[in-house]
Design a protein around this ligand. Structure first.
Ligand code: UDP
Length: 416
């Protein structure tokens, strides 16, 4: 049995207090935050086979990357904000003064890494930060808060292993770290098309700055390149002057830069091609299909399908992506790797799935298709399976269930 932290007793009782302080919960909430967190030490046991042989998902991560974390712990962070109390009568939020942190693993110095996550206050970045923190690493987040939110990482602010720095990756940044996950870039079409010049600058100059940093400190770099259809060998098909070009071409040149630094300066790089990802902490207003549909369904509005709804997307749940990113960072493999869930839906099917999941009688309405909207997207993940031993574990329906719950809680708490 491995140990989570040295100060187990007091940490457990703090967790207890936190959970007890929110005692007006429904049965469902009690299930979520039950004794499992306190008794969760067995989740950390090196013999984790049993965790993944169960029918229901109780943990995320991979034993080989030492990234296994009980799902209850992650849900505790994002489903139940425990550092603030919302008063619906006065519509005010009180932030608690004393900070209590979740237990993080105690790593020996040789295993404990200093890890920089750019865009770490964003949707994907903040889940990666949670995982790396719980794994026991030291995490430095830089974010300009254009789309990222302090609340996404608020539960770690002040923790000795954590630093949050407001900084734009477009400007150079110097720091000594062991690994860099470079995730900084607005990813939803409305956000990245809001200021296309800035989007290109973020991809190009941000990547140059991070690769320059990696070259200086000999860190590993994870690039966040374009969402490609099909296999990694496919070169893509982008309209260089269309509205999506600022993002797509930005990611393509980011890959070019990454391999130039690898070949010219021996920088140790990894490149993940991330396909559509969803989960708690998605921005409710970022215009993406998952957040739009869920918010519309929860508010009883019509779901807006752009075009005929026959275009397809394949959606992966964010914990699967984080698993893949950590595995890739720790693998010795330099070629790009697709990370996505090949389970492909037409947008119309997806709208129906959300309507069922929210259990509402909302209708569907059709709006014009955006320019250059890709017709099909589905990752070929054979490379990730072979090289990383990774494949998505979360069925889309189950991930949607979690995400709906998250948005429901946010609405109840007056946060969106
Ligand atoms: N979409 C839609 N209704 C919405 C938002 C998006 O039909 O309210 C469609 C969009 O046209 C695209 C797909 O859903 O075909 C996925 O869009 P998203 O913006 O989530 O990401 P993309 O994969 O296009 O970057």
């Amino acid at each position: 049995m491995s140990t989570i932290v040295n100060d187990t007793d007091s940490t457990e009782s703090k967790c207890n207090n936190l959970m007890n302080s929110n005692n007006d919960k429904s049965k469902e909430t009690e299930d979520l935050y039950s004794d499992k967190i306190r008794d969760g030490q067995w989740f950390w046991n090196t013999n984790t086979e049993q965790i993944f042989s169960q029918d229901t998902i109780v943990a995320v991560g991979h034993p080989s990357a030492k990234s296994v974390v009980p799902l209850e712990l992650l849900r505790y962070i994002y489903l139940q904000p425990h550092d603030r109390i919302y008063d619906p009568k006065t519509h005010t939020i009180s932030y608690l003064q004393t900070r209590t942190y979740l237990p993080v693993k105690s790593l020996p110095p040789r295993e404990k890494k200093r890890i920089l996550v750019t865009g770490g206050a964003g949707f994907v970045g903040s889940h990666l930060v949670d995982r790396l923190m719980l794994m026991g690493h030291e995490v430095i987040v830089i974010d300009n808060f254009f789309t990222g939110r302090k609340n996404n990482v608020g539960h770690w602010i002040g923790h000795p292993n954590f630093e949050l720095i407001r900084h734009d990756v477009v400007d150079p940044f110097l720091i000594e770290v062991d690994q860099i996950y470079h995730l900084a870039c607005p990813a939803s079409p409305p956000h990245y098309q809001y200021n296309p010049i800035k989007t290109v600058k973020t991809s190009v100059m941000g990547t140059i700055n991070m690769l320059g940093l990696a070259k200086r400190v000999k860190a590993q770099v994870y690039g966040d390149p374009e969402e490609h259809p099909q296999a990694e060998t496919y070169w893509g098909n982008v309209n260089p002057i269309g509205p999506r070009a600022c993002y797509d071409e930005g990611k393509r040149v980011a890959e070019t830069l990454t391999y130039a630094y690898m070949n010219q300066d021996c920088v140790d790089v990894r490149v993940a091609r991330i396909f559509n990802t969803f989960g708690p902490r998605m921005n409710a207003n970022d215009g993406r299909v998952v957040s739009n549909f869920i918010m519309q369904a929860l508010k009883g509005e019509d779901l807006t399908i752009y075009g005929d709804g026959l275009q397809t997307r394949s959606f992966q749940y964010v914990h699967d992506l984080v698993d893949g990113l950590i595995l890739l960072m720790n693998a010795d493999y330099k070629e790009p790797i697709n990370l996505g869930n090949p389970d492909e839906y037409t947008i119309r099917e997806f709208a129906e799935l959300i309507i069922n999941e929210v259990n509402t009688s909302c209708k569907i309405k059709t709006l014009p298709a955006p320019k250059d909207d890709p017709k099909k997207r589905r990752p070929d993940i054979r490379r990730a399976e072979q090289i990383l031993g990774w494949k998505p574990r979360w069925p889309v329906k189950q991930g949607i269930g979690e995400t709906v719950k998250y948005f429901q809680r946010q609405l109840e708490a007056g946060l969106i």
